[in-house]
Design a protein around this ligand. Structure first.
Ligand SMILES: [Zn+2]
Length: 256
């Protein structure tokens, strides 16, 4: 079965620090290829706590959309786990260059343990196992950040990682399933994140088969994400669900 598992759904520093929501990122299994996106604090614990357990040694790649702590904290640990403590050199790490070069979050000590390290770039196209993915546009987020368009044999998934809204953003992310990092209830210009009105605009324009909102900051947690999802569903006519920690989505139900 191809599936998405939300190991964590927290976004923003206060939800992270207080662990009001977990911060384990997203585990994606498509066509027998396993990807871990944005391993924040506690990812390994979340893998072991999953039922059924997720074995990090099954991973084919780890992707960092950017180097902020809630997206990258466990990257070294997860390389260690993916490669069986470094004994089985395998897998790939994809990350923006500023996560690797300037003030890097990936320790040099771990870099030899993976088969390859690939720097993400705007308009980049990449392959791993049975899937391919693209990073269509650089986001506005303070550090180098990309969203993802992931394609399997029967599925297309867009992941809009952290960004401030910019004109035309929605045009870059046309996957059947849209995962949207919705940090704020209501936007403030200096906070480089999407808010609910941005989400409505994007979902209305793209009409995915399913939109999953996740990566909630404090104002979203307080606003009850499931109620926001229901409101967005009503306004856009699209099935919108709020991710919860441990939630799994069966991708076979959303084939192209
Ligand atoms: Zn961020």
């Amino acid at each position: 079965m191809s599936r998405i598992k939300f190991l964590g759904t927290s976004g923003g520093r206060f939800v992270l620090i207080n662990q009001l929501r977990k911060t384990g990122g997203i585990w994606l299994s498509i066509d027998n290829t396993n990807l871990l996106i944005d391993p924040g604090p506690g990812t390994l614990t979340r893998c072991h706590a999953s039922r059924p357990k997720l074995n990090p040694r099954d991973l084919d790649a780890i992707i960092l959309t950017h180097k902020h702590l809630d997206h990258s904290n466990d990257v070294n640990l997860m390389i260690e786990a993916m490669t069986n403590g470094g004994w089985d050199k395998k897998g790939a790490l994809f990350a923006p260059s500023d996560a690797l070069d300037k003030d890097p979050v990936v320790l040099h000590h771990f870099r030899d343990k993976v088969d390859k390290i690939v720097k993400l770039e705007e308009k980049g196209e990449y392959n791993i196992g049975n899937i391919s993915f693209k990073t269509p546009v650089k986001h506005i987020h303070g550090v180098e950040t990309y969203g993802l368009n992931i394609s399997g044999k029967n599925n297309t998934i867009s992941v809009i990682s952290d960004t401030k809204y910019f004109k035309g953003l929605e045009n870059f992310y046309k996957g059947d399933i849209l995962i949207l990092n919705l940090v704020m209830r209501e936007g403030k210009d200096h906070i480089l994140h999407l808010d609910v009105s941005d989400a409505e605009k994007i979902i209305s324009a793209n009409k995915p088969k399913l939109c999953i909102i996740t990566h909630f900051g404090m104002t979203m947690v307080k606003a009850k994400p499931w109620e926001i999802a229901e409101m967005l569903s009503k306004k856009t006519g699209v099935k919108v669900v709020a991710a919860s920690d441990g939630m799994q989505v069966n991708l076979d139900e959303y084939q192209k």
